[in-house]
Design a protein. Structure first.
Length: 734
């Protein structure tokens, strides 16, 4: 009674102790999700899971409606270093709209400095100084001055056209410097009073020359990198001095739609009020709590067609390739520093980020990351954590694993369903909580059940080899000593001529030799997931696929055999140093259905395998000496080892069996495999002359194997086989 009470008490301690830790884990997860605790690691993991979901669902196709005119290395080589003269930029705009009839053009470039390449200032200085009063010079200068004012030329090329110039804001404290002229804000100051939305605030800016910006629209091209430096979001609105300025992609969409107004979508509930989206031209753009939109990356770099700027300038691009498209002008040249880290590439063109976002606006496939995603995360954590904390302590390790996987699958399915519907919900914290509770339960199970496992190990240790005990103890509920039929692989190895060899050694030397041989061979078998069945003198019997199932049992057995021969070379070096005889071994391997289990008498039992498949492996080991090879494997083993190359040795029919079996030996040289296969084909067709020729040619590589067939050919020439001969060697003895 006392022992029973003690066992019950132990179970209670285990159950309630693991539940207490589970409750603490749930509380920690809830505090983190609610923003009370900040765990940077969880944030990074969440970002990684976002990237994984994005990669799984990206269309990975080229978007047809947007093209990128690239100031690339080729363009710099042809047109000269950047910045180019503004008259060349004017020509580029004229080409885009006049020749190629594009729908709109956006520049992922800032034109912040006046063009100083014209010489106009020098001429004007001369007119005011040394050449002052020279009427002809003054008159000529007045005529050519407009043509030399390249900034005005560029501005004139943009007037009346759907052109958007890019600019940037500085958002770090202390970065208050300003340059250029900002475009009019999309929303004036005071447009969003008392909102819970936390807008990114600009402190300074770098914008275009006033003469240029006044001739075109404008949009900022500032992405908002996450804590890992990767650009996943772009602020659709940035607040500066109370007014709100839109992004390059949003402004392009607005311009393409005939300068459509941008309408805010504000959600109000009780005392909560937030900007959840923007509407432009009947299309909705979802925003998060920072008025940012997630970039709907289509795929890796190259999801939009690129055209070299120099080719556009010189009319080398087909008009139909750009006609009617929205064009973004940017750069991928490394020296111009517009390459960023993205979820789809560590070095990704900034211009393509804006192209992805613009395509998302047009296709209406921008993911939503609403404020209530936090509430969904909290509910998920509470429900999953509570269920697991209550039920896992009542379950066996296997059922705990299955139940945990079931709950995880439900969470994953729900998350992916929400993703498919366009909602981004957190998934890292629920999965980490589920995994943590499961690990705590497993550790508690291990701690409190280790004594029972040791008792079981002692019980079964008297029936099975010691190396199996640990595997049994890991999964005691799954392990059974009952005999069953399984698809397995068995191996027999034997030292050749060992009886004669042992006659020259005294008992102590013989014992040392056997130990020095069997120890490394056993280690190799164990390292390849094999089980030693028994030692039969100098022979080894081992099998794969039991007690624990092994899908690669055949391949592991063949690898073990190959490694055994490799290790034998090292062993023989040591044996020569000691004056011991060198060893040669033969290994036979077969795969098939076998009976495995605890077999024997009431006095002694052993975990072993039996059946015809086992007997065939033993026969193959004996045949290795006949064919002069170290390893022979049946065709059934070869079929289960697609990753290993074999040479077909023969077809044999063992005693007591009607069906022949092909036997093979591992061979890494494909030339030998092919040549020997052709020789075998001639042999089986009774083409003795051609077969003899081919076997003699291969004799240097496989001397004994070729000799076997040359001897048979010589006999068949004297005494030809019967008409129904099938090329099979009939073994008359076991």
């Amino acid at each position: 009674m006392q022992a029973a009470w003690f066992d019950l008490h132990e179970q209670d301690v285990r159950r309630y102790g693991s539940r207490a830790i589970g409750i603490l884990l749930v509380l920690f997860a809830v505090l983190q999700a609610g923003g009370i605790l900040h765990v940077p690691f969880l944030k990074r993991v969440e970002l990684m899971t976002y990237d994984m979901r994005l990669d799984m669902t990206m269309p990975k196709s080229v978007f047809p409606g947007i093209a990128i005119v690239d100031i690339d290395e080729k363009s710099l080589a042809m047109e000269g270093r950047w910045p180019w003269r503004r008259d060349k930029m004017a020509k580029l705009v004229d080409q885009l709209f006049d020749r190629y009839q594009v729908a709109a053009a956006g520049f992922d470039i800032v034109f912040a400095e006046p063009d100083q390449n014209t010489g106009l200032e020098v001429l004007q200085s001369l007119d005011r100084g040394e050449l002052s009063g020279v009427e002809k010079f003054h008159d000529a200068l007045e005529k050519i001055a407009p043509r030399l004012d390249y900034d005005r030329t560029f501005a004139d090329s943009m007037k009346g056209r759907a052109v958007v110039l890019g600019y940037y804001f500085s958002t770090e404290p202390g970065q208050n410097r300003t340059s250029g002229a900002l475009p009019p804000p999309v929303f004036p100051a005071g447009s969003f009073p008392d909102l819970n939305t936390v807008f990114l605030k600009g402190r300074g800016y770098g914008a275009n020359l006033d003469i240029l910006q006044s001739a075109a629209s404008g949009g900022h091209f500032d992405p908002l990198p996450d804590v890992d430096g990767i650009s996943r979001r772009v602020p659709m609105l940035i607040e500066y001095h109370g007014a709100y300025y839109d992004s390059l992609s949003l402004e392009l969409a607005r311009v393409v739609m005939g300068n459509a107004p941008v309408t805010p979508i504000v959600k109000k509930s009780g005392g909560y009020s937030a900007l959840e989206g923007l509407e432009v031209g009947g299309m909705n753009i979802p925003l998060d709590r920072n008025a940012c939109s997630l970039v709907p990356y289509r795929g890796e770099r190259g999801s939009f067609r690129y055209f070299s700027a120099t080719d556009v300038l010189h009319g080398k691009v087909r008009p139909e390739d750009l006609s009617g498209k929205i064009v973004l002008v940017g750069t991928t040249a490394p020296g111009l520093m517009d390459l960023r880290a993205s979820p789809v590439g560590k070095v990704y063109p900034g211009v393509e980020i804006h192209a992805n976002l613009l395509a998302g606006i047009l296709e209406q496939n921008i993911m939503q990351n609403p404020e209530y995603s936090e509430a969904a995360e909290l509910v998920t954590l509470l429900v999953c954590g509570t269920i697991l904390t209550i039920f896992l302590p009542k379950m066996s390790p296997l059922r705990s694993l299955l139940f945990t996987l079931f709950i995880s699958s439900l969470v994953l399915a729900g998350n992916l369903y929400a993703w498919k519907k366009g909602f981004v919900l957190p998934i890292a914290s629920p999965f980490l909580l589920i995994a943590s509770i499961f690990v705590v339960e497993i550790l508690y199970s291990y701690f409190f059940e280790s004594r029972a496992k040791r008792q079981m190990s002692g019980l079964f240790g008297q029936y099975v080899p010691p190396e199996l005990v640990d595997e049994m103890s890991e999964n005691p509920g799954m392990f059974s000593m009952k005999s069953e039929n399984r698809q397995m692989t068995v191996l027999f190895s034997d030292i050749r001529n060992f009886t004669k060899m042992s006659e020259g050694l005294d008992p102590e030397q013989l014992s040392s030799l056997i130990n020095a041989y069997l120890t490394p061979m056993t280690t190799i078998i164990h390292s390849n997931h094999g089980t030693i069945d028994k030692y039969i003198g100098d022979a080894i019997m081992a099998f794969w696929g039991a007690p624990m199932k092994d899908p690669g049992h055949a391949e592991n057995a063949v690898k073990a055999a190959i490694e055994m021969h490799g290790e034998l070379e090292r062993i023989n070096v040591q044996f020569r140093e000691k004056g011991w005889p060198e060893l040669k071994i033969g290994v036979g391997i077969n795969t098939g259905m076998m009976s495995v289990g605890n077999m024997g008498s009431k006095f002694r039992k052993a975990y072993t395998v039996m059946g015809d498949s086992v007997n065939l492996a033993s026969r193959l080991e004996g045949l290795t000496k006949l064919y002069g090879v170290g390893i022979l494997a049946s065709e059934y083993t070869v079929q289960a080892c697609p990753g290993i190359s074999f040479l077909e040795v023969d077809r044999v029919r063992v005693k007591g069996k009607n069906e022949p079996v092909r036997i093979h030996t591992p061979e890494q040289n494909p030339d030998i495999v092919e040549r020997f296969g052709r020789a075998l084909e001639c042999y089986r067709k009774r083409d003795w002359d051609e077969a003899e020729k081919r076997f003699r040619e291969i004799g240097q590589e496989r001397a004994r194997l070729a000799e076997v067939y040359l001897e048979r050919i010589a006999e068949y020439r004297k005494d030809p086989p019967p008409e129904d001969w099938d090329g099979v060697l009939n073994l008359l003895s076991k």
